[in-house]
Design a protein around this ligand. Structure first.
Ligand SMILES: Nc1nc2c(ncn2[C@@H]2O[C@H](COP(=O)(O)OP(=O)(O)O)[C@@H](O)[C@H]2O)c(=O)[nH]1
Ligand SMILES: [Mg+2]
Length: 405
């Protein structure tokens, strides 16, 4: 994670590999999740656009169209690289991709207007049955073996619709319907509105005990400091507003991309994993999870630096370390990794994170070396920095977080 991953390398896949691939349904809720997160994940692992099903939940047609355009552009690029043929918007298979995405997506309202989380929640309540029916249809028709949900808290749509949708999906989960893995982002503490809205999401997650993973943007600041070192971090003070979000988006897409890849190709993991292997994490009731990750181009570097990189690469902190965690770690490297690394990782989660059940698995795919972990067992009421607006200016806060003042 601490280095930029090389351009995703899309290879012509063998027929076999595609035949046995599992299919996931990936649902993004709200504009940032669909336009920024999902597009970046797709750029990281373009296979998801070819093999998985994607559903966008929005309250504005305009935003939905933008999200579809963004994904279509990634699809077009990946398709060209994969088949060495260019394809334009009106042509198969891009036209089919766009059509599918439109069919699978849901507009809770037409013209936006989810100006507060309560309004977003109201729209969802009205369309709840239609949303669930559509998901059921996709699950049955496309033989979906896992569901991933992505949403950003802070504004009107993602804040409450994400936990409410997760609640519905968990209630429906059973033999014929996979449980969801929900990833919910917590905003920077910069803007008052983001924070007061996020509080509503956390309250909902705590009160309704919604199993999910929280990804706190604020942790990106310390990750950035560790990654870039003080010198570059200073330059970070001049970074443009979108770059502040981009550095998180990059890391999140690495973890989720690796995870989705491993679940898609679970049978190529060693040991093989399957969707139900994520269930034991959720037995720690009333807690939430988060993600950790690290990436290095070279094996020497990952062997030397993984521990420090993971200590500094976690996306949620609580004031007290969890007394028990459960988790799953995927090491993804096309070139292979040493058994020592897998063994040390397992020991790290047992010793440093009190993991009582931790599945460490290895996936022989892709360039470089990625370690991606799902870690569960954090108390959502102890998140630090607290989910409270900070009066200090953005520049001051960045300086402090980056260790410059
Ligand atoms: N500006 C910006 N905000 C982001 C980004 N990623 C996540 N966010 C956060 O996402 C939150 C929700 O925004 P959005 O998804 O657009 O709202 P929604 O469509 O009403 O759910 C915002 O409050 C931001 O804190 C990003 O790349 N850029
Ligand atoms: Mg929006």
């Amino acid at each position: 994670m601490q280095e930029a991953a090389p351009e995703a390398d899309v290879q012509l896949e063998g027929f076999d590999e595609r035949l046995v691939m599992r299919r996931l349904l990936i649902i993004s809720v709200g504009s940032s999740a669909s336009i920024h997160l999902l597009r970046k994940i797709a750029a990281e692992v373009p296979e998801i656009l070819f093999e998985d099903k994607i559903m966008i939940v929005e309250t504005s047609r305009d935003m939905l169209n933008l999200a579809i355009k963004g994904l279509a552009a990634v699809y077009q690029m990946a398709y060209t690289r994969r088949s060495r043929k260019r394809v334009s918007g009106g042509q198969f298979p891009l036209s089919t991709f766009i059509h599918d995405l439109q069919e699978n997506s849901v507009l809770l309202a037409e013209a936006g207007g989810a100006t507060s989380p309560e309004r977003g929640a109201h729209y969802f309540t009205q369309k709840r049955n239609a949303v669930m029916q559509k998901i059921e249809e996709i699950v049955a028709k496309s033989e979906i073996s896992g569901i991933v949900v992505l949403g950003c808290t802070g504004k009107g749509t993602g804040t409450l619709v994400t936990p409410m949708l997760l609640e519905e999906l968990w209630a429906r989960a059973g033999e014929d319907f996979p449980h969801p893995l929900g990833f919910v982002t917590v905003p920077y503490r910069f803007f008052q509105m983001d924070i007061s809205n996020c509080e509503k999401a956390i309250r909902y997650i705590v009160e309704q005990q919604i199993p999910c993973f929280l990804i706190d943007y604020e942790q990106a600041l310390s990750i950035y400091r560790y990654t870039m070192g003080a010198e570059l971090a200073k330059k970070g003070l001049k970074i443009r507003a979108d770059a502040i979000w981009n550095m998180v988006v990059e890391n999140i897409s690495m973890v989720l991309g690796t995870l989705i890849d491993a679940l898609n190709f679970g049978q190529y993991c060693n040991p093989p994993i399957d969707w139900s292997d994520t269930l034991p994490l959720f037995e720690l009731k009333g807690t939430v999870g988060t993600v950790m990750c690290c990436y290095r181009h070279r094996e020497d570097d990952i062997m030397r630096e993984w521990r420090e990189a993971l200590d500094n690469g976690i996306f949620l902190k609580t004031s007290v370390k969890p007394s028990e965690t459960r988790g799953m770690t995927i090491v993804r490297a096309g070139a292979g990794v040493s058994i020592e690394l897998l063994e040390s990782l397992d020991r790290y989660y047992t010793d440093a994170w009190n993991s009582t059940k931790h599945l460490t698995t290895y996936l022989m795919r892709g360039g470089g070396y990625t370690i991606a972990t799902l870690l569960y067992g954090f108390d959502p009421l102890q998140i630090t920095p607290p989910i409270a607006y900070e009066k200090a200016s953005i520049a001051e806060r960045l300086k402090k977080a980056l260790g410059l003042g």
